[in-house]
Design a protein around this ligand. Structure first.
Ligand code: TMP
Length: 204
């Protein structure tokens, strides 16, 4: 028996185009008649999400362990919703998921195993695509105020290297995110077609 919806995570450094690509992929699946939904982390609307928003805005001075426990707890808060989305849909696209906490946590000096333990029990991604583009200029690409992680250029640089370093270990697929929105979308679709199980693939 299938356990329901496949989880596809879209990952990468800040401002690399994850939201745009998640939305396009969602539309693409819908056009194919596949039942799809999208989730996004952090979810800033929950009680823990509001704490995350506060420390990213510099209003709280939590140490790294607390910050990354809160990111994980934000997923635990939404566990029922994640599971329900999986039951109701064939595909669940997640804009940042457990992988973000591994990469950003390690970039902030925390141990990978410690971070991974915080996510044990959260449904695992079936496919992880990391949008990769030179981190220089990326955060300036997005208008508006920047949070404390976005402002930290060294952190962004470490995060980008870590995505590349950890990708082979966890079977994450790196997608060149430096091209046009259309070009990146086409690559994502190719990866999706070749990675999803045969039952779903037959319909794409
Ligand atoms: P956002 O800009 O995508 O809303 O995410 C805010 C920051 O939170 C971003 O710099 C990445 C970081 N983050 C983690 O460190 N761990 C996590 O689990 C998630 C979801 C985000």
């Amino acid at each position: 028996m299938s356990r329901g919806g496949r989880i596809i995570s879209i990952e990468g450094v800040d401002a690399v185009g994850k939201s745009t690509q998640s939305l396009r992929l969602q539309t693409w699946f819908k056009r194919k008649g596949v039942k799809v939904t999208a989730l996004s982390f952090p979810d800033y609307e929950t009680p823990i999400g509001r704490e995350i928003k506060a420390f990213l805005a510099g209003k709280r001075a939590f140490q790294a362990e607390v910050r990354h426990m809160l990111f994980a707890a934000n997923r635990w808060e939404k566990l029922a919703e994640i599971k329900e989305s999986q039951i109701e849909n064939e595909v669940v696209i997640v804009n940042r998921y457990t992988e973000s906490n591994l990469v950003y946590g390690v970039a902030n000096g925390l141990r990978l195993e410690w971070l991974a333990a915080l996510e044990q029990g959260i449904p695992k991604s079936d496919l992880v695509m990391v949008l990769d583009a030179p981190s220089k200029a990326l955060t300036s690409r997005r208008p508006g105020p920047k949070d404390s992680y976005e402002k930290d250029h060294e952190l962004q640089f470490r995060v980008q290297s870590l995505y590349r370093e950890l990708a082979p270990k966890f079977d994450w697929i790196i997608v060149d995110g430096s091209r046009s929105v259309r070009g990146v979308h086409d690559s994502i679709v190719e990866v999706v077609k070749s990675s999803l199980d045969a039952r779903l693939r037959a319909r794409l």
